[in-house]
Design a protein around this ligand. Sequence first.
Ligand SMILES: Cc1cc2nc3c(=O)[nH]c(=O)nc-3n(C[C@H](O)[C@H](O)[C@H](O)COP(=O)(O)OP(=O)(O)OC[C@H]3O[C@@H](n4cnc5c(N)ncnc54)[C@H](O)[C@@H]3O)c2cc1C
Length: 573
Amino acid sequence: MSFTQAPPTLLNQFDEDRALRSLLARLLPADVLADVEPSLREMGRLSAELYPAQLADRLSEPTLTQFDAWGNRIDRIELTPLWRTAERIAAEHGVVATAYERAHGRFSRIHQFALAYLFTPSTDIYACPLAMTDGAARVLLDSGNAMLIDGAVPHLTSRDPAAFWTSGQWMTETTGGSDVGGTETMALQDEAGEWRLHGRKWFTSAATSQMALTLARPAGNPPGGRGLALFFVETRDDAGTLRGIRIDRLKDKLGTRKLPTAELTLDGTPAIPVAGLSDGVRAIAPMLNVTRTWNAVSAVALMRRGLALAEDYAARRTAFGAPLARQPLHADTLAGLRAEWMGALHLTFRVVELLGAHETGEGDDAGRALLRVLTPLAKLTTARQGVMVASEVVEAFGGAGYVEDTGIPMILRDAQVLSIWEGTTNVLSLDALRAMQSAGAMHSLGTLGPVRAEVARLAAQVRDPMLVPVAEAAVRAVDHAAAWLADASAAGRAEVEAGARRFVLTLGRALEAALLAAHAEWEGDAQGGDAASAARRLVRNGIDLVHAVDAGGAADVAAHPEPSHSALRSATS
Ligand SMILES: Cc1cc2nc3c(=O)[nH]c(=O)nc-3n(C[C@H](O)[C@H](O)[C@H](O)COP(=O)(O)OP(=O)(O)OC[C@H]3O[C@@H](n4cnc5c(N)ncnc54)[C@H](O)[C@@H]3O)c2cc1C
């Protein structure tokens, strides 16, 4: 009765991550890689160092104190110790700033998101406020609003923890987060001409942020998404008092429990229009593109953390006379998960690469169209993979995976949010479809134009006979998806929508397989290389999820044609 199981441990998370290092070696010129590597290695070190602190801080959660001893409303949120550390590290290491300093031009986005990928898993979803901060900086810069750019962007992109601001993104109301067209918050001008917001925001993460971007309907504007305007809110005055904002309560959530997600009442909150007094949903779209990219990076990062722990554990844990790592079925299970993670890694950093090129004006029209399609596609594909991998990681630890103080259950709970916020899988499936239809029409390429061209480009790079079947499977899956879309379109809109999730997941997985195969070709080890093994395994896991058109299914939906599809255009178009 004296046996004690050694727990899993983590070493430097940059040095240990062969897949990331190989990917960066292809994406970055040698001089840029040499320049950024020390910062990534340092973040990899911090990530491993913070892990025990994260476990030790497992039970602490943010608290809301609404009143002081004398009955004054104070609405003060106390953050957890690790979050305070995370904020300092994020600022000092430029986890947002790197993208805006652009020391390496379009490659700075790759550098920044590699930092974010290493930072995220040990910092209790501090990626959430950073994502919104990055997105807010992007929106403000795109808006051309000089006052807000000068006043806020230097804070959002600061490396000085004392000057650094985070931003909230207050969109979701009780009427809906997918369909924000029903937003009830009103914007009224007071006698001095200042805009003031009145309403209730139902999910506001990072409620301690110094600023937020939010949607409200200026008095007199029409209903629906078009009538909304985008507003900038500075949350506190110079004395630190909330400006016409009440924090009603913090959400009691399945996961992301260190993240203070609040319900707010806006009661005369001073606000500044960011870009005119309508079309706010359009104005906030760049924020969503950035936060969705962060979401994909977070999904890949959580998968990586789960696998790093599970693989380490498999070498330490013995069953039936051998370490789990040498039990063929356990090893095969982990290999299947590794393929999902590596596919997700390559798809996500393809988006990051395109984003960097687009932001620095180095992209072309085709790159822009591809970025528009791949952003929702990568977000939804990697989020589903993240939940699946995290669930399998729990099982890979057996009973220990189900026990809270191992820290493993937290990975699953945190991963689950990734398919909900920033657009659910279904909502983003429809958004990706819409993006493909408009890109296809614009470039006369047909609906699947950008995706098809990308898969064809990648397949053309693959020559090794060990990899060619992977590239062929990717092309076949995209062709099958295209054929399904043609059949479904003929059967009607309900049929297209009903199959949209399987359709876009097929495209996402086909892209991952093609990206892995092309990378494996570049690595030059088609037999035993990591990317080659992952590429073949991803195809065996299944990349084509499309079902034949099911007339019965469409009839079911057509019999209940209530939802208005125009409403969906709201948050994501
Ligand atoms: C931890 C957490 C933090 C959050 N933080 C923020 C925040 O900081 N700011 C913010 O604005 N929001 C935030 N949200 C809210 C989040 O963005 C929304 O919950 C999400 O967008 C979904 O909106 P909803 O909850 O209204 O669900 P609904 O829109 O009601 O969706 C319910 C279900 O219906 C499906 N669905 C909806 N429309 C369709 C359709 N046309 N076809 C098929 N399926 C459909 C959805 O996929 C979903 O499964 C947060 C949420 C969570 C869980």
